[in-house]
Design a protein around this ligand. Structure first.
Ligand code: GDP
Length: 434
């Protein structure tokens, strides 16, 4: 998918443009801390073409104090991630040295580049904006941040320049499995254990692994594509801002997979970042397998495993039949079991239940435990069917769908999970008027 980065020195108006592009749209990940809160990353579209926008503005370091080194780093990161770059400058403050510097970084990227001169609110300012011609950027736009004028022209060109994709996915049709988790939980180690070679160099030093890639796994009768987010950290770019990009890359990887293997560190337990990844996978209706890694380091007593499992289940709530395995990527303990479980989840996610069977099994249960009556009105569920969607979704046809509340939906979900095996798969239950 196309990624548009908005780059420029602090306070030129990047966030204003970003917010305009995202207007009325939900940020992708309401659950992911640091991303949504400041909304640096979101989806937009123009004339029906979808794209992702990165606002590098969230990383402005102090408004008066411009740390050039910091800006340089931000720009470089954005440029690496983006397919197109909007370079924003501001007519009020005129062309500055730092603008030249940023431009020099941007032109080296050899990506479609759009110079946007912001705050050109009047004819006088439009004229002043011509100062920026001297940068020599081919694609030049003026914009008024107050009125938003100029945005359409920019977007027309931006979208028209997106590369057309004749790309044929060599792994088309194979399940995609993403290994996700916080830095240092052991993602690279697991990937290496699965792929059985050392093309990843795993060390304790953060930032030593490569970029997220897809690798074909074909062993022990299992064939799938391993989407590796281990390389979310890049060489020699160890810095706070990496957190944002690493989150963004894992979001992308998760969006493009069928099952997420969420690794957590047994020596640290379940942390909020783990919950964020879990929530993201669940919201995107991806299958989930939880691996509690580094189990070799844990001193075990009789109930250590069960206690650990219960703690996780407490946190993940309703979606309680997520497989939780205790593994060691390092010693390869239960690594194959993890693969088998993930493949089972792939199958569960594709599961289709015949309408006749659904009704035969669920209608008597519903008869026994109908939705509670509200104000003397009774909900009558007549008929159930699985929708023809990629992931398991079920429609319950009834007379008064609005009377079916959350607790009953949860009850129904539990019954579905109990009667048919949907282990590791988010399912959706809808009540509809016949
Ligand atoms: P990543 O950032 O998630 O890719 O984590 P790495 O795979 O780079 O692992 C980080 C560190 O944890 C490395 O020093 C690994 O050797 C170590 N590690 C990974 N898995 C295990 C494990 O199962 N047991 C132990 N003891 N160490 C592990």
């Amino acid at each position: 998918s196309n990624i548009v980065a908005i780059v420029g020195r602090p306070n030129v108006g990047k966030s204003t443009l970003f917010n305009r592009l995202l207007e009325k749209r939900e940020a992708i990940v309401d659950a992911t801390a640091g991303v949504t809160r400041d909304r640096h990353y979101g989806k937009s579209d123009w004339n029906g073409v979808d794209f992702t926008v990165i606002d590098t503005g969230g990383y402005d370091v102090g408004s008066d104090d411009i740390f050039e080194e910091e800006i340089r780093k931000q720009v470089q990161l954005a440029v690496d991630e983006a397919t197109s770059i909007i370079f924003m400058v501001n007519v009020e403050e005129g062309l500055q040295d730092i603008d030249h510097e940023i431009y020099n970084l941007l032109r080296k990227a050899n990506k479609p580049l759009y110079l946007v001169v912001n705050k050109a609110d009047s004819a006088k300012e439009e004229l002043a904006a011509t100062e920026f011609y001297q940068l020599g950027v081919e694609k030049y736009y003026t914009m008024s941040s107050a009125t938003g004028s100029g945005t359409g022209e920019l977007l027309d060109d931006l979208v028209a320049d997106f590369p057309t994709t004749d790309y044929k996915d060599p792994f088309d049709g194979l399940p995609r499995i993403t290994i996700a988790g916080r830095p240092n939980v052991g993602k690279s180690t697991l990937t290496n254990a699965l792929l059985d070679d050392n093309r990843n160099i795993v060390t304790d030093i953060a930032g030593t692994t490569r970029d997220s890639i897809e690798t074909l796994y074909n062993k022990f009768g299992h064939e799938f594509v391993l989407v590796d987010t281990a390389g979310m950290r890049r060489k020699n770019r160890v810095s706070e801002d990496l957190e944002f990009y690493s989150v963004m890359r894992s979001i992308r990887a998760i969006e493009h997979s069928d099952v997420v293997i969420l690794m957590i560190d047994a020596t640290q337990g379940w942390e909020s970042q783990d919950m964020n990844i879990f929530g993201l996978a669940q919201k995107n209706r991806k299958g989930i397998v939880i691996l509690v890694n580094k189990w070799d380091l844990v001193e075990k007593e009789t109930n250590t495993m069960r206690d650990f499992e219960n703690k996780i289940k407490e946190k993940i709530g309703q979606f309680s039949d997520v497989p939780i395995l205790f593994v060691s990527a390092l010693t390869k303990q239960r690594v194959l079991k993890a693969v088998e479980t993930a493949m089972q989840v792939v199958e569960n996610r594709k599961k289709r239940i015949k309408t006749s069977k659904l009704n035969e099994i669920l209608l008597p249960i519903i008869e026994n435990t109908p939705p509670p009556a509200i104000k003397g009105k009774y909900v009558k569920i007549k008929y159930i069917t699985q929708l023809p969607t990629y992931t398991p979704q079920f429609a319950f046809f009834c007379n008064l769908p609005q009377y079916v509340k959350e607790p009953y939906k949860r009850f129904i979900e539990n019954q579905l999970r109990k009667e048919f095996d949907f282990t590791g798969v988010p399912i959706e239950v809808y009540f509809r008027q016949k």
